[in-house]
Structure formats: C-alpha cells, structure tokens
Ligand binder design. Structure first.
Ligand SMILES: Nc1ncnc2c1ncn2[C@@H]1O[C@H](COP(=O)(O)OP(=O)(O)O)[C@@H](O)[C@H]1O
Ligand SMILES: [Mg+2]
Length: 227
C-alpha cells in the first residue's frame, strides 16, 4: 500500500542545505502496525510528513495504494489526505475553546454533512477510544492521556485507512502511554487500520510488528517481530 523508492528530502539551499532524508526505500503493507525509532534530528518527522502527503520529497517516488503521489498538485494531495490519512501528534493539537466532541467533529465540517450526523459520528469515534463520558469536557478538563484519546478519535472519525502518529506518547507518563498504544493496537487488530508510530520508547515500539530504525536520514536497520 505504501511504497517509497529513493526518497530524498533536502531543506534549504547552499550552505544552509540539510539532507533530512537520504535515499530511503521502504514499503508498508495494508494492515501493518510499525514503529519508527531513531535519534532526534534523524528525519522521523520529515518521513511522517511525506507519508502523510503534508510535504513532497526533493526526489524519489512515493506510491500510495498504487497511485504515484509525487506528481500530484496540492489540491489533489489534500484530497488524498482527507480520504486516507489520520494524524496524531505529540501535543494533541486540540482547540482549547471547543469540547471534546466538537474537536472530533472538526474534520467533517467541510463534508456538507448535517450537523446531527456529524455529532453522531463524533460521539461514536469517542466511544471507540473509551471516552463517551467526557464528550462535553473542554481539553483543559482532561488528562494528557484523555486529550490524546480525543485526538485519536478526531483522526479516526473519517475512517482513514492509515493512521500516522508522531511521538503520540511523548508527553505522557508510562501508564497513559501504554493505554494509548493499546488503543492503536486494538484499532489495528479489530478495524484493520494501517498504523505507523514514531517513538523513542522501546516498550511502546514492542507493541508493533516491525521497527524501522532511522539514522542520519537513512534506514539503518529493521527489526521484525513475529506475533
Ligand atoms: N522545515 C525545515 N527546514 C529546515 N530544516 C528542517 C526542517 N524540518 C526539519 N529540518 C531538519 O531536518 C532534520 C530532520 O528533522 P526531523 O525530521 O524533524 O527529525 P526527527 O523527527 O527525527 O527529530 C533535522 O536536521 C532538522 O533540523
Ligand atoms: Mg520529530
């Protein structure tokens, strides 16, 4: 489903040039749950942004569900993002003045959907992450782990085939982090979402089927677990 060939990403020009990714080749099959590990600055977020069609590589090819994405314009990339990809970030990125359920409704605002239907789907997404009883709470009335669950519900609400999570447990204590990775595991097993998680935490990574280790913008090695 995901196929990267010779992906290179260079930021800046001349003396300020940074080669964030250097000839990366990898593929991810539908229904896989994988993690990406590597030192700070090794290119993990750059890779996630490319996978999520938030940015384009300087060179190389990225095929997603058989479609070459590197030649598409920004509108078309946005369309693919909406349709196929859900994002979860380290800082949750929730809007503080909205309730949990309103935050989850946000991605559907542009879908031309009746308000009641949006609301119903958002409540269902909160149910899938075990947060039904917090729907009317504002983000600052929720723990970090609960806020991240709201963010996961928001990523899920349009049923993306791929979920990309960049250090989703980075701000959480180990118990809340464990709860978050358990939710991802369940979504992967029960609903078949393909999940890619960046983490510094080996314990979190051990919940996935494969670890891709990145170093200096290159894939250093992979570990595959049989589960
Ligand atoms: N927008 C940008 N402009 C210039 N350099 C960047 C930009 N984003 C990331 N970089 C550089 O690219 C390298 C990889 O960054 P990043 O992908 O964020 O690494 P990681 O997520 O593994 O910490 C780093 O050297 C970083 O400073
Ligand atoms: Mg990063």
């Amino acid at each position: 489903m995901i196929e990267l060939n010779g992906i290179t990403k260079i930021y800046g020009k001349g003396d300020a040039e940074v080669r964030a990714l250097d000839n990366v080749n990898c593929s991810v099959k539908e229904g896989e749950m994988i993690s990406i590990m590597g030192p700070s600055g090794s290119g993990k977020s750059t890779l996630m942004n490319l996978l999520g069609c938030l940015d384009k590589p300087s060179s190389g090819n990225y095929s997603l569900d058989g479609m070459e994405t590197t030649t598409l314009n920004d509108d078309k990339l946005a369309e693919i993002r909406n349709e196929k990809i859900g994002f979860v970030f380290q800082n949750y990125n929730l809007l503080p003045r909205m309730t949990a359920v309103e935050n989850v409704e946000l991605p559907m605002l542009y879908n031309n959907m009746p308000r009641s239907e949006r609301h119903r789907l958002a409540l269902h997404a909160l149910e899938r992450v075990g947060l039904s009883d917090r729907a009317k709470h504002a983000p600052n009335e929720l723990s970090g782990g609960e806020q991240q669950r709201v963010a996961i519900a928001r990523a899920l609400v349009q049923n993306p085939s791929i979920i990309l999570a960049d250090e989703p447990t980075g701000n959480l204590d180990s118990k809340s982090g464990e709860e978050i990775i358990n939710i991802f595991e369940e979504l992967n097993k029960k609903e078949g979402h393909t999940i890619i998680v960046v983490t510094h935490d080996r314990e979190i990574a051990s919940h996935t089927n494969r670890i891709i280790h990145i170093k200096d913008g290159k894939i250093d090695h992979e570990e595959v677990f049989s589960k």
